[in-house]
Design a binder for this molecule. Structure first.
Ligand SMILES: [Zn+2]
Length: 422
């Protein structure tokens, strides 16, 4: 009973806390959206530097905007077209949502007031070429550049303050090509793809647009939604999309370009991946070799001989070479003298006891004492036993026997524990 009471109380506090937080955030958004207390609102502004992340949108690129889970960026292409663009603007205004618009030069030229309305409402305005050709993936680069310039020229011409134009570009039909992208990037313009479309340019119902928008967002959990403010089905679907985003706990993020006055929002590289790898998720491919090392212009000072702990500073460093490693060592090193393996009488027990079994060592120690009693007649026998007690091969036994014979007349013993010349 006590346990369930505690659980109940904990749940109550959790519910109360969540309620307070929800009320607080709603109140915060509502304060920014007078007259629309139930507005979805815009939860934060993300400032991006196009030069740091020049291509975004997982429909085509590795990176996308550094959004948190349940964060969405709304984008609208192909305007301004007053009939529908104005309705989209009203719907967004009623929800206090800030979005990004990719305008066509010809449309801006025909409806400059539509561009000014976007700026006045605080939306971000990028461009989408001059005439919306679906061939930018294969047209000559000079023609592609003319398309890019036309869009920028007429969109900025429509603005009271041309500096309000964002260096954001979306290639018409997402018909990307390396040449076009490199051209844009070289001019500091960010190439925007998307994370998911809602197919609102196809002949489908507004309800289908809504379904696709939500289904694809739910599949990725966050991201850039691609819509068109020139389509009646988009106008019809947008209120329902926004209501559902709010019901599902999604938050709108407004993206603006970095300026001298407004630096980019601090992010880490991994945040620009839709699903950053975690320690618990296996990685199927090896990470790419980082290139930041190779772009360094400064070089480290070369180490001195003192750093290498050389004893003689003027002696050249001798490194082992393949030739030396393969050389016949026996022909270059002097053969060890026989005396190297001979030890004074009396110390044999100590040596043997460290390498032989206790039983064998005892036996040999006794034998070592024997010559003194038996007038040196057991030298040969001892050497043979020593070899047997160890694990010497017959070849070594023969060598030991020979050594034992040759040293029998001297007061030393063969240290048979040393089987191989070092
Ligand atoms: Zn388009």
């Amino acid at each position: 009973m006590i346990g369930s009471s505690v659980v109940f109380r904990t749940r109550s506090w959790t519910v109360l806390l969540l309620g307070l937080l929800t009320t607080a955030s709603t109140a915060a958004f509502a304060a920014e959206c007078p007259g629309h207390p139930d507005a979805l609102g815009t939860s934060r502004t993300l400032v991006v530097d196009p030069r740091e992340h020049p291509r975004i949108g997982t429909m085509q690129y590795r990176e996308t905007l550094p959004l948190k889970d349940h964060e969405v960026v709304l984008t609208f292409d192909d305007g301004p077209l007053p009939k529908y663009s104005n309705q989209v603007l009203q719907i967004l205004a009623a929800e206090c949502i800030k979005a990004t618009f990719f305008e066509i030069g010809e449309q801006a030229k025909a409806n400059p007031e539509g561009v000014r309305k976007l700026v006045a409402a605080g939306h971000t305005v990028g461009t989408h070429s001059m005439t919306h050709p679906l061939t930018m993936d294969r047209m000559p680069l000079d023609k592609a550049e003319a398309q890019i310039n036309g869009g920028i020229e007429w969109a900025s011409a429509a603005m009271t303050d041309p500096s309000k134009l964002a260096p954001f570009f979306r290639i018409p039909g997402l018909m990307r090509a390396d040449g076009v992208e490199n051209l844009l990037i070289s001019r500091g313009i960010q190439v925007w793809s998307a994370d998911f479309p809602a197919d609102d340019w196809r002949h489908i119902s507004p309800d289908r647009v809504y379904q696709l928008a939500i289904q694809r967002l739910e599949a990725k959990g966050k991201g850039i939604l691609l819509l068109h403010d020139i389509q009646p089905r988009t106008v019809a679907a947008l209120p329902k999309i926004i209501r559902d985003l709010k019901a599902r706990g999604y938050r709108i993020v407004h993206v603006v370009p970095a300026t001298a006055d407004q630096p980019a929002t601090p992010t880490t590289p991994v945040e620009w991946l839709l699903h950053p790898p975690t320690e618990t998720s296996p990685i199927a491919r090896w990470p790419a070799v980082p290139n930041f090392v190779f772009t360094q212009t400064a070089t480290l000072p070369a180490p001195s001989l003192a750093d290498l702990n050389t004893q003689t500073a003027h002696q050249p460093l001798m490194l082992p070479s393949k030739t030396m490693a393969q050389a016949d060592i026996a022909s270059t090193l002097a053969a060890p003298g026989r005396d190297l393996f001979a030890i004074p009488e009396g110390s044999v027990e100590v040596l043997l006891s460290t390498t032989l079994s206790r039983r064998a060592a005892t036996r040999l120690a006794m034998a070592a004492e024997a010559p003194r009693a038996g007038k040196g007649k057991v030298g040969k026998t001892q050497a043979q036993r020593t070899v047997r007690a160890g694990h010497g091969a017959p070849k070594h036994a023969a060598q030991a026997r020979t050594r034992a014979k040759s040293t029998a007349s001297r007061p030393t013993r063969v240290a048979t524990s040393v089987k191989k010349p070092a």
